[in-house]
Write a protein that binds this ligand. Structure first.
Ligand code: NDP
Length: 418
């Protein structure tokens, strides 16, 4: 066994390091919010408000009820993949209709009540503060509700995971409150839809205060296509790491209740506060390039989806090639790894195009310096980290076949570079 693999096995059996048990949770629970609010405050030119107020509380309640209602008022009969704990979570599959309804409502509200975009934009920091307080209380509740009994508790106790780490990572995979799946509520029906609604509000604010701003509209259109695509595919999201690997704790739930609303929206927030001037020609070039990245990202995801549905499908005009993981020695259910199309070029070409897209929607702010590129820096770090998390998962699931796939497709992100 080589040294690297030996170390990996040690990591699985030895107690967690101080960094994992205490350092990382503290970093994310204390330092990240401080940096986040510092950046929001530094970037605003239209608001002096910081602390929660009635507007921010109303916004929180409206979004919570809107998202909760979209799940609770309809039968939840979409079954997600079976979890490691043996449960089969149930979801609501009306994501795209929910997105359309939300878009219609926000546009009508902004057209009818012209003060709303100003009220929300100038209170954005109090809104985020309120989300933060709510997010911490909510994750605290999840921790206390699950702490006595949850899947893998004995393993956690044996390894000596701290309370802080468990709060940060989460305990249960699929807790339900009020008859809905918590992660569908926090990730999709709160975080993702807030992102969509708030960028439309920022765009209206920018329009009412200074007329049409090409940079703002280009970035809003690109982000809107991206978010619409997410809701179109929402049921596919239930197969991803966020849902199958992450437990409902600070990392994913606070992330989607606070970090996503505050930071994924940052480019538009920055442009609403500091208008960027780009030419119509530049706007069209960035828009077209961004659309191309969205299309390519979709194509990569679609190739895998088609292959999973039918391994005999055609990719790039030829029958899909794959590694047959028969697991004869292990006695596990056989599986297949696609090596055709984009999945034969790099192991995460979808992330490469996602990064390209984020580069485009940030580039509209280039005349203002590097601040509008903050999200781009973040998404690169997030996706690179995610590649390693996903590889750990795949190595456990596919064993030697994963190593074979890595040999056959050595690039993680960009062929020939990384
Ligand atoms: P992927 O769609 O890349 O899915 C990874 C999984 O696919 C693996 O765990 C494995 O799961 C399976 N797989 C990997 N390689 C192969 C192969 N060669 N053949 C067959 N199956 C394979 O990752 P994500 O779920 O993270 O991303 C989905 C989309 O969401 C992407 O478009 C991504 O860009 C986007 N995204 C956006 C984020 C954001 O914050 N903006 C964050 C994360 C993702 P299995 O066990 O099923 O085989």
């Amino acid at each position: 066994m080589d040294k690297k693999k030996e170390k990996k096995m040690d990591d699985k059996t030895s107690p967690p390091t101080m960094y994992k048990n205490i350092g990382a949770p503290l970093l994310f629970i204390i330092i990240v919010p401080i940096i986040l609010f510092y950046i929001l405050k530094k970037s605003t030119t239209v608001s002096q408000n910081i602390f929660p107020n009635w507007t921010s509380i109303v916004v929180l309640l409206v979004f919570l009820l809107w998202g909760y209602g979209s799940l609770r008022l309809f039968p939840q009969n979409f079954e997600g993949p079976k979890n490691v704990d043996g449960s089969i979570p149930k979801y609501q599959g009306n994501g795209f209709r929910f997105w359309i309804a939300s878009m219609i409502v926000v546009v009508l509200v902004c057209l009818k009540w012209k003060k709303v975009p100003e009220m929300v934009t100038t209170n954005f920091i109090p809104i985020m503060m309120t989300f933060n307080i709510f997010g911490l209380l909510f994750v605290g509740y999840l921790y206390f509700a699950g702490r006595k009994e949850y899947w893998g508790k004995e393993e956690d106790d044996k390894k000596g995971y701290s309370t802080l780490f468990r709060f940060y990572r989460g305990l249960e995979f699929h807790p339900r409150i009020g008859g809905v799946d918590i992660k569908q509520l926090t990730n999709c029906r709160f975080g993702m839809i807030f992102w969509q609604v708030i960028i439309i509000i920022f765009a209206f604010f920018s329009y009412y205060s200074g007329g049409v701003n090409i940079a703002m509209w280009v970035t809003v259109v690109l982000q809107t296509i991206y978010i619409a695509k997410f809701f179109w595919w929402e049921t596919g999201y239930f197969n991803t790491l966020d849902i199958t690997l992450d437990r409902a704790g600070y990392y994913i739930c606070w992330g989607c209740l606070v970090f996503l609303p505050a930071f994924y929206t940052f480019t538009c927030y920055y442009l609403a506060n500091n208008p960027s001037i780009i030419s119509g020609f530049m706007g069209v070039v960035i828009l077209l390039l961004g659309c191309w990245f969205i299309w390519m990202n979709y194509k990569v995801d679609k190739e895998k989806e088609d292959f999973k549905a039918n391994p005999d499908c055609k990719i790039w005009g030829k029958k899909a090639a794959f590694l047959n993981c028969d697991f004869k020695e292990e006695g596990k259910k056989p599986s297949k790894l696609l090596v055709s199309g984009w999945w034969g070029k790099s192991r995460h070409m979808n992330y490469t195009y996602e990064i390209g897209l984020s580069g485009c929607w940030s580039a509209v702010g280039a005349p203002l310096g590097i601040a509008p590129f903050a999200y781009l820096g973040y998404i690169i770090a997030l996706l690179v980290h995610r590649i390693y998390r996903d590889e750990d998962k795949c190595r456990v699931k596919y064993g030697k076949y994963w190593d074979e796939y890595c040999k056959r497709v050595p690039a993680r992100l960009i062929p020939g570079i990384f």
